[in-house]
Design a binder for this molecule. Structure first.
Ligand code: ATP
Length: 368
């Protein structure tokens, strides 16, 4: 998918040529994006890449230097945050400590002047949705971190926003609770059907929760796509390296045939047979995910897609083992193999001379 990822016909949220310039520094640099109704979309990138600034422009806390933000056909320019049909949930939750769970959820509805019965029915519906009915009379400090997070979500959804913005929604939770809460959060958001844009620097969180992800760097979108698109077919070295583990091998095209290319790297020759067009001599980088490589003692039959090396390190993770195989050039190849019966019988161990090998379809060839 292209970085602009246009789905114009079904776009519910449109971000068009948006720039945010802070005194000469473009924190967001000409971003374009269409998001469909009901999507959970993640802005993912390392610290300072501009993701929070983009989210804050959607919320109305920052004004774009140029460009437009259109939600459900309405241009949001000039609308203050409280007049936008959206709600933002912050990492800190910002629950009122002196109010009960019920009153925390009711607060915004009462402030908006909704009638008593309407407030009660919405709060009850939200408590049911986040499965906290029996905690309604508790104060935030009497809840676990995950429960507080669900109260914050209930409060954000009670006003029935058209768009829900989540800023590092699970950043305050420890790892185990975060993984469990990711799934709960997605279930709740999907039940309500609200369109959601979330900001995170945690790739697992983005992969687990979002239907599509934008990888951001220096204010720009490098790639937009589904989690599997981005993992399986990264378009640049940066994206391949940013998402998951990867082995990157630099080389150049030595054979360029209509149905395949051969790429020579320091330790091996890659035979790539899937829709690659190269020019002889062109410098490229081959990206190989660790789980697409196998390690065996025996030399494979083919001269391609295989490299000899020595097992320098092995880490057992129960269902799989990670090997670090040192190749002749000194490059360390990371290999992740499932611990099937057959593999355990091989009894590979530290210091063994082995062959790392992979299939013709395992490569991603990067030119930038
Ligand atoms: P983090 O994950 O650390 O929050 P981020 O990707 O969300 O990072 P932003 O907070 O959007 O990044 O910041 C992007 C860049 O813009 C940073 O270099 C930051 O210093 C700068 N920046 C953000 N807000 C302002 C501001 N109000 N004035 C000047 N520069 C700012």
């Amino acid at each position: 998918m292209s970085p602009t990822a246009s789905t114009a016909d079904s776009a519910f949220l449109r971000i068009v040529d948006v720039v945010k310039d802070f005194g000469g520094y473009k924190a967001v640099n000409n971003v374009n994006l269409d998001i469909a109704k009901g999507e959970i979309f993640a802005l993912l990138g390392s610290s300072g890449c501009g993701k929070t600034t983009l989210l804050r422009m959607l919320a109305g806390f920052e004004t774009p230097t140029s460009g437009r933000i259109i939600l459900n056909g309405q241009d949001l320019a000039g609308l203050p945050p409280y007049e936008r049909p959206l709600n933002m949930m912050f990492q800190s939750y910002a629950l009122f400590p002196h109010l009960t769970v019920w009153d925390n959820i009711a607060f915004g509805l009462q402030r908006d002047g909704l009638g008593r019965d309407e407030v009660a029915s919405r709060v009850e519906a939200m408590l049911k949705l986040v499965q906290l009915g029996k905690f309604a009379k508790r104060k935030p400090h009497q809840l676990s971190g995950g429960q507080q997070q669900r109260v914050a979500l209930a409060r954000s959804l009670a006003k029935q926003p058209q768009l829900l913005l989540l800023d590092e929604p699970l950043g305050a939770l420890d790892k185990k609770l975060r993984e469990q809460t990711q799934i709960e959060l997605v279930n709740i958001i999907e039940q309500v059907g609200v369109t959601c844009v979330m900001v995170t620097h945690d790739q697992e969180e983005a992969m687990t929760m979002a239907s599509r992800i934008a990888i951001m760097s220096e204010g720009r979108f490098l790639q937009v796509g589904s989690p599997s698109d981005i993992y399986e077919t990264p378009q640049t070295r940066f994206v391949a390296d940013f998402i998951g583990n990867v082995n990157l091998m630099d080389g150049s095209v030595s054979v360029d045939e209509p149905d395949h290319v051969i790429i020579d790297c320091a330790d091996c020759k890659h035979y790539v047979g899937h829709g690659i067009t190269g020019t002889q001599g062109m410098p490229v980088t081959v990206a190989l995910r660790p789980e697409k490589i196998a390690v065996t003692r025996d030399k494979p039959e083919s001269e391609y897609n295989a490299a000899p090396g020595t097992i320098e390190e092995m880490s057992y993770f129960g269902s799989f083992t990670v090997f670090h195989v040192k190749l002749a050039s000194g490059q360390m190849l990371k290999v992740s193999m499932a611990n099937t019966e057959r593999h355990r019988d091989d009894e590979l161990t530290w210091g063994d001379q082995v062959w790392a090998h992979w299939s013709d379809a395992a490569h991603v060839v990067l030119t930038s």
